[in-house]
Ligand binder design. Structure first.
Ligand code: HEC
Ligand code: HEC
Ligand code: HEC
Ligand code: HEC
Ligand code: HEC
Length: 473
């Protein structure tokens, strides 16, 4: 072998050895990281609501969770608490007589949920119940304590939570909020003993059990099949029966849903008995004769939609393809050899690479363009629906001012309730149509139609001679 040849062999083998060593070190690092992911499970006590206490066991998840305090904007979303009812907006008229007309903001990260609730004018200027806390705090320990205080033995944890939930719902907000200290926390979605996903919120557990108790209602949830097989002898329990992929949506559906307070005790209920389409929820409210408020201008018995993300998602192609909330809002982040779920829950448009490009091969600009198209179409139809609803308010106002008796406006008022509920539902849903583009446009189209019918009705009532009974159809 020539000298050069020998030197080459030495160099190459040194290179190979060096490479092998580096690789070996990498593997060791990764194995260590792998061990770290599972270590110390079980050492956290139940009811540890302070996320900082979970930090030493799960530093990566904890660090990304802290990022929910970050502030970044997108066109229709993002994390800045901009007012949605200041300046020139139809909503001060559409919500006349309701606290939302006073203060309603763009929502922001989970880190702020408790502070934003305590600070909103809807709480400061109006009397609100403890039921509000259900979705704005790590509230389960407070329920347990209140349940035990009401006489349930601490050994029956489930019963204590139920009793405490009932008691806290009925308390004045100012008293109830003293019982909690943290926004949504680890224990709300994880069993500390196993770290398995779990759902803890009574409102969700009752709602999903009501939904699962009838085939007819279930038919409205095509994305989730396992329920049909579940044993109807006992109420449906997602913690025992749901698949892991379903749980990756259910943990979010604990809060991102339509709700109402039932009766004088402000008992929190999700209106899912008939299904979770917008029409199912409306039918439920009609059946129990519910209204959120009486419209100050038209006198109609109104419904207010609240963040129906779970319901709207259920109507979209992603739900029907088995894509969960966490797939887009908590994508995996690779750290060394391990994949960590990002706990920086935020707008996926701020992280398209991890949130979308795992499944979609288009480049980022193309993906952003497709979302912008969907959101632009929704926004446009929403503008038309807002105008139609404003025209309806004006038409009923004109009829009232012209002295048309109330009974002849019953039909126009009913149409106002229906038309605005549809507009409001899409408006309150926070994806500007993205979660279910077709469904969003369908609902807005119906809102426009119902509002225009209402205008015709109110004008007819006004034009008719006062003795005629032409208002009702
Ligand atoms: C296929 C991906 C995908 C899935 C699945 C998905 N979302 Fe979204 N979500 C989005 C996109 C895209 C937006 C629009 C963000 C924007 O406009 O900045 C959005 C917006 C939101 C917003 C408003 C965010 C903001 O910054 O204003 C919330 C809240 C939300 N989604 C919750 C949910 C919940 C809860 C589920 C499950 C029931 C879910 N999403 C399922 C992609 C998804
Ligand atoms: C305990 C109730 C609760 C749970 C559980 C919950 N959220 Fe939220 N979420 C909220 C509240 C309340 C806000 C608004 C906070 C604010 O504006 O101060 C919010 C805000 C958001 C935002 C807006 C963030 C931003 O930066 O603007 C997104 C996106 C979101 N949630 C998605 C999800 C997803 C996905 C899940 C499940 C992995 C989930 N949430 C679980 C209550 C909850
Ligand atoms: C069923 C769960 C749930 C209940 C109950 C609930 N919220 Fe929320 N709240 C949310 C979610 C989810 C968001 C974020 C999405 C949004 O803003 O539409 C939110 C956002 C908010 C915000 C920030 C955006 C805004 O609307 O200005 C405030 C303030 C707020 N809620 C106050 C309240 C008050 C007051 C009550 C009681 C009357 C209440 N919440 C009850 C789930 C809930
Ligand atoms: C709103 C619900 C929610 C909250 C709050 C939450 N997590 Fe998670 N967490 C999830 C979801 C969803 C996954 C994905 C689980 C899966 O796919 O099995 C996850 C996964 C995990 C995992 C498994 C490894 C991984 O990264 O996928 C760990 C560990 C974890 N979370 C720790 C925490 C800690 C610590 C906190 C509090 C600082 C926390 N989580 C708060 C929903 C939540
Ligand atoms: C886990 C995989 C997965 C993720 C993550 C995902 N998608 Fe999808 N997406 C799908 C599937 C599957 C379909 C349906 C395709 C079909 O049936 O033709 C789809 C369809 C779509 C469509 C067509 C919508 C329609 O109603 O026809 C758009 C737009 C889209 N995705 C955008 C996004 C964006 C933006 C993100 C990130 C925020 C995202 N997707 C994240 C799997 C995913």
């Amino acid at each position: 072998m020539s000298k050069i040849g020998t030197a080459l062999v030495i160099l190459v083998s040194a290179g190979v050895t060096f490479g092998a060593l580096t690789l070996w070190q990498n593997i060791q690092d990764r194995k260590a990281e792998g061990r770290e992911v599972t270590f110390a499970v079980g050492s956290i006590a139940e009811d540890t609501d302070d996320p900082a206490a979970w930090k030493s066991n799960f530093p990566r998840q904890y660090d990304s969770y802290l990022h929910t305090a970050d502030i970044a904007r997108t066109r229709y979303g993002g994390s800045e608490a901009l007012s949605k009812v200041s300046g020139d907006t139809p909503w001060t008229t559409l919500w006349a007589g309701y606290p939302f007309s006073v203060d309603y903001r763009e929502e922001r990260g989970h880190a702020y949920m408790l502070d934003d609730q305590r600070e909103t004018e809807r709480v400061k200027q109006f009397k609100q119940p403890g039921a509000c806390l259900h979705c704005h705090a790590s509230v389960i320990p407070a329920y347990v304590k209140a349940g035990v205080a009401a006489g349930v033995p601490a050994s029956d944890r489930a019963a204590a939570i139920e009793k405490g939930f009932e008691a806290v719902c009925a308390m004045p907000y100012a008293d109830a909020t003293k019982l909690v200290a943290h926004p949504v926390s680890c224990m709300d979605c994880h069993d500390p003993a196993t770290m398995a996903l779990r759902v803890t919120r009574p409102g969700f557990l009752h709602g999903i059990a009501a939904l699962a108790s009838s085939d007819e209602a279930l038919a409205h949830l095509p994305s989730i099949g396992a329920w049909r097989a579940s044993d109807r002898a006992t109420p449906y329990d997602p913690n025992a029966l749901a698949s892991r992929q379903e749980m990756r949506t259910f943990v979010c559906a604990q809060c991102h849903v339509e709700y109402h307070f039932r009766g004088p005790d402000k008992y929190l209920v999700y209106p899912w008995k008939n299904g979770i389409d917008i029409e199912d929820e409306e039918r439920y409210y009609d059946e129990i004769g519910f209204k959120d408020w009486t419209h100050q201008i038209t006198g109609a018995s109104m419904l207010k939609g609240q963040h129906p993300e779970f319901e709207m998602w259920n109507q979209g192609v992603h739900a029907q393809s088995g894509v969960a909330c966490a797939d887009c809002h908590m994508p995996y982040v690779r750290e060394g050899a391990i994949k960590v779920s990002s706990h920086h829950v935020q707008s996926p448009l701020l992280d398209v690479n991890r949130s979308c490009q795992t499944c979609h091969r288009q480049d980022e600009a193309e993906i952003q363009r497709r979302v912008a198209d969907i959101q632009g179409r929704t926004r446009h139809l929403m503008d038309l629906a807002e105008n139609a609803n404003l025209d309806l308010v004006a038409a009923i106002r004109a009829a009232i001012e012209a002295g048309v008796p109330a009974e002849r406006l019953a039909n126009a008022r009913e149409l106002h309730r229906k038309a605005q509920w549809r507009l409001d539902w899409v408006n309150a849903e926070n994806s500007m149509g993205f979660h279910a583009p077709g469904e969003s446009l369908r609902i807005l189209g119906e809102s426009i139609d119902l509002a225009r019918q209402g205008v015709t009705d109110a004008e007819r009532a006004r034009a008719a001679p006062t003795t005629a009974m032409s208002g009702a159809r």
